[in-house]
Design a binder for this molecule. Structure first.
Ligand SMILES: C[S@@+](CC[C@H](N)C(=O)[O-])C[C@H]1O[C@@H](n2cnc3c(N)ncnc32)[C@H](O)[C@@H]1O
Length: 274
């Protein structure tokens, strides 16, 4: 099994642990833990070459370190447990059995890609997906990470899944997760949406990424959606909702569903004109 070295950064002195977790994820953490024997400390795991400025996010750094490839692998193995993403979907690492009675299970190893369902933005996107008509649809997971959303859409009946991520580390992870879950009818590439022709391709597109990451991709995305297609957006704060509603109105997108968890917001909108 391939594995790579990684670094960890410990932060402390925060008033709200949930907000601190969100900030660590926003800064690019691929996993979090509370280091054994500590209180009030959160450890974020990052790829070795990640540039991270946690002080700029108001977090107080109290320790840093790196682990070699073997320890990195071990650290994932020790900390992962079943993740109840929604009432219907559970994600388990390969060495943990799925809880009995689970309707849908995805077996996933995160490695250094984002997305085992522990983050609110993934959970909200999965909830929105469950409400969409997916049977027979061609869908696109933009910023796929582990592929959790794309592969879940396939389990929910989508006919074909395209997935991409600008992080080249995500691709081997996507391939492994597709194989382990016996997912067929999928296609993935390292890169972004511009790798595909600018013509209507997808009936459903989901983009779970920060607003600032998706904004430059808006027009490119709409141009590749079929008439009446759905766009699922997650990774937004509730405070960004109004701003998004204004864009929906300008772009002829009709709000179909929305979900919130804490300060996070996700929505499904429908393309009403070409
Ligand atoms: C918050 S993670 C979401 C991962 C997974 N889809 C999930 O829902 O858990 C956002 C992902 O988008 C990717 N990303 C950011 N900008 C991108 C772009 N312009 N094109 C493709 N992927 C991008 C990042 O590398 C990251 O893996």
């Amino acid at each position: 099994m391939e594995s790579r070295a990684a670094k960890w950064i410990d932060v402390s002195g925060f008033a709200d642990p949930e907000l601190a977790s969100d900030l660590l994820f926003e800064a690019g953490a691929t996993g979090l833990e509370e280091p054994e024997g500590t209180t009030g400390v959160l450890r974020g795991w990052f790829s070795l070459d990640a540039t991270v400025d946690l002080a700029a996010l108001g977090l107080q750094v109290v320790g840093t370190g790196t682990v070699d490839a073997r320890d990195w692998d071990l650290s994932w193995r020790l900390q992962q447990e079943p993740i109840h993403v929604t009432k219907r979907l559970v994600v388990v690492p390969p060495w943990v059995p799925a809880p009995e009675g689970t309707e849908f299970t995805l077996v996933m190893e995160a490695k250094q890609a984002f997305g085992t369902g522990g983050h609110e933005s993934t959970r909200l996107a999965a909830l929105v997906l469950e409400r969409l008509p997916l049977a027979g649809r061609r869908v696109f997971d933009l910023g796929a990470g582990t592929g959790i959303l794309g592969f879940y859409a396939r389990l929910l009946g989508a006919a074909h899944i395209d997935l991409c991520d600008i992080d080249a580390d995500a691709l081997p992870c996507l391939e492994e997760n597709a194989n382990v879950n016996k997912i067929t009818c999928w296609n993935a590439w390292a890169g972004s949406i511009d790798a595909m022709d600018r013509k209507p391709l997808w009936d459903v597109v989901f983009a779970n990424m920060l607003r600032t990451e998706f904004e430059p991709l808006r027009d490119e995305t709409l141009a590749r959606m079929t008439p009446g297609a759905h766009l699922v957006l997650s990774g937004y704060l509730v405070s960004e909702r109004e701003r998004m509603m204004e864009w929906f109105s300008r772009a002829h997108l009709e709000l179909d569903f929305e979900e919130t968890e804490g300060e996070w917001w996700a929505a499904a909108v429908r393309k009403t004109s070409d």
